[in-house]
Design a protein around this ligand. Structure first.
Ligand SMILES: [Zn+2]
Length: 264
């Protein structure tokens, strides 16, 4: 009986574990894009699969504990790897000098990542907050970089038709991703992070990482990720250089492995 009880407990734990994985990983991710066929063409998940180009992207989400992970930038600089950085309004307000510096360096393409990082698909976000997420973020972007943003990554990378059309109205392409590095997951080791990205990257991929200190191993994983993908013949470019505006209909994203794709 003790054994059977143990088995039941094991099954219960397994069920709970499976539910957690279901919510936190691919199924949860796909659920966010359940009406993907209804999304306008201004939402981009990846570039054309006909070239060997890949875009690394780094989100600077705001939050009380966030910082600026300069080591991520140093790793990219040391390896001569261009990237697209998505900066939230509140992050830019907290790091105005860093934002100005990043804007001056032609290696970086800057996009914006909302303002306060509200989940814009949430019914709890009022219309006023919804608009502010776009307009306050874009205003800070303009003030600190001197330019209007052209690329938008929604907070938590959640998108629906309303968000995409609001972005479009403001002249923005909405940039999603097809590969989630999983770097905010504290349980993901450096080794697992490297393998997760290297094994799943494909031509035209847009890969999401973080540069706000939430990715514990991001900076240390980058040199190996970059070196191994280069050895496979990939070239690193910014999102715009992927020719995303001419990308064919996006393929279904590869579900993330075992992590939330985007956390603040
Ligand atoms: Zn974010």
């Amino acid at each position: 009986m003790r054994q059977r009880g143990g088995l039941r407990l094991f099954h219960l734990a397994l069920s709970i574990g499976m539910c957690w994985i279901w919510v936190e990983t691919g199924f949860g991710f796909d659920a966010k894009h359940s009406d993907r066929n209804r999304l306008p063409a201004s939402v981009v998940f990846n570039g054309p699969s006909t070239s060997n180009k890949i875009a690394l992207t780094f989100d600077a989400c705001p939050g009380t504990e966030v910082t600026f992970d300069r080591e991520v930038i140093h790793a990219l600089e040391r390896t001569g790897t261009p990237a697209t950085l998505f900066l939230s309004g509140k992050w830019m307000e907290r790091f105005p000098e860093a934002t100005r510096e990043l804007a001056k360096n032609p290696m970086w393409e800057l996009g914006f990542h909302g303002h306060a990082h509200y989940d814009l698909t949430s019914p709890n976000v009022s219309q006023k907050l919804f608009e502010r997420e776009f307009d306050s973020g874009a205003r800070v972007f303009k003030r600190l970089t001197g330019k209007d943003p052209k690329l938008f990554r929604p907070p938590y990378a959640t998108v629906d038709r309303k968000i995409a059309l609001a972005a479009e109205k403001r002249g923005l392409l909405t940039i999603e991703y097809d590969i989630a590095s999983g770097d905010p997951d504290p349980k993901l080791s450096k080794r697992a992070l490297v393998e997760n990205v290297v094994s799943r990257a494909k031509p035209g991929s847009i890969i999401i990482f973080h540069m706000n200190g939430k990715g514990k191993h991001t900076a240390r994983a980058l040199p190996e990720i970059i070196q191994r993908l280069k050895a496979r013949g990939f070239e690193f470019v910014t999102v715009s250089e992927l020719n995303v505006d001419r990308a064919p209909a996006a393929s279904r994203p590869t579900p993330p492995v075992s992590h939330t794709s985007e956390t603040p």
